[in-house]
Ligand binder design. Structure first.
Ligand code: NAP
Length: 287
């Protein structure tokens, strides 16, 4: 095993990057975070924090100076991908990209949408960049429940949601990060891609009911139409994201979720269940 000791984490203030920083060993590695606003980043003290913006290539050289391996989260516009990757390839040797299950033949993952097109572009450019690469392909994050259901659950006992019968295999971001840390620290994963899911296929209804049982509350879970959902959206999702979620759920009706054992193979522990995730985040569902 080759230990990489200079790692740059992007998306460090987000779900996965933040977890990676808290799981990366504090010694034996030089860990740097690229953030847009260091003043509010609130990152652990062993992390060197530098200001950078993936859409502003001139800010990247300083962040990349002396870096071996980059963890890349890309949520910025597609037109900024090529210039950023050019800078990354000039400095780094390896890249681990947080992608999605773009090649998995399950309808939940095969609907066209702008986020998918952008991830395909990032992958294409990485593959021709000369960098050694690893693609991580997690399915739905359990953490989506915080944005999707917590506002309704904090406000009362009724949760209104479309496509309640559709199953997914929600993955705990701690498990995505655990795999990411191993791929960042070990050269053996170059040229490989890993589809990561939670351990169980659970319908959206079952996921909401699990949160209710963790809270000790009996939630009234009501199926609503996609049209009602779109008109009731309290603005927590951009409408194009809502639209592609609806397309993915509609396509996945009647199919069990796609489940892999990759997390357990990497960590030696079973992937965390949605019940564990909900228990860990119960406070965020309480008023
Ligand atoms: N949610 C899911 O179910 C799911 C499933 C599979 C794959 N994914 C993929 O996961 C990725 C999102 O990961 P996440 O949830 O960990 O992220 P996140 O919590 O949405 O946070 C986004 C991160 O990107 C940073 N960022 C945004 N614009 C930037 C820019 N121009 N330059 C530098 N940094 C910038 C943000 O930093 P600031 O603090 O500066 O805003 C933040 O740290 C997406 O690519 C998504 O497609 C998500």
């Amino acid at each position: 095993m080759v230990v990489v000791n200079r790692i740059l984490i992007t998306g460090a203030t987000g779900n996965i990057g933040g977890q990676i920083l808290s799981q990366l060993p504090a010694t034996g590695l030089q860990v740097r975070a690229l953030v847009r606003n260091p003043d509010v980043a609130g990152l652990p003290p062993h992390v060197e924090v530098l200001r950078g913006d993936l859409t502003l290539p001139e800010t990247l050289d300083r962040c990349l100076d002396g870096i071996d391996t980059v963890f890349l989260v890309w949520v910025a516009p597609a037109e900024a991908v090529a210039p950023a990757l050019e800078r990354i390839a000039k400095h780094a040797r390896r890249i681990v990209f947080l992608s999605a299950p773009l090649k998995t033949a399950h309808p939940l993952f095969q609907q066209p949408n702008p986020s998918r097109t952008r991830a395909e572009l990032v992958e294409r450019l990485i593959e021709t960049s000369g960098l050694q690469w690893t693609f991580l392909r997690p399915g739905m994050f359990a953490a989506n429940a915080l944005g999707w259901w917590a506002p309704q659950i904090r406000a009362g006992d009724v949760v209104r949601w479309p496509y309640l019968a559709v199953p997914t295999a929600p993955i705990d971001v701690r498990d995505v990060a655990a795999v990411a840390v191993r791929t960042l620290c070990d050269d053996a994963h170059s040229g490989t891609e890993y589809v990561l899911t939670g351990p169980q296929s659970l319908s959206q209804f079952e996921q909401i009911a699990t949160i209710g049982s963790v809270l000790g509350r009996s939630l009234r879970i009501e199926e609503i139409s996609p049209e009602d959902w779109l008109s009731e959206l309290p603005g927590f999702l951009p409408s194009f994201v809502a639209k592609y979620l609806l397309d993915a759920w509609a396509a996945a009706i009647g199919q069990p979720a796609f489940v892999t054992s990759t997390v357990a193979e990497f960590t030696g522990l079973p992937a965390r269940t949605f019940l564990e995730w909900a228990t860990n985040h119960a406070a965020q569902f309480r008023a």
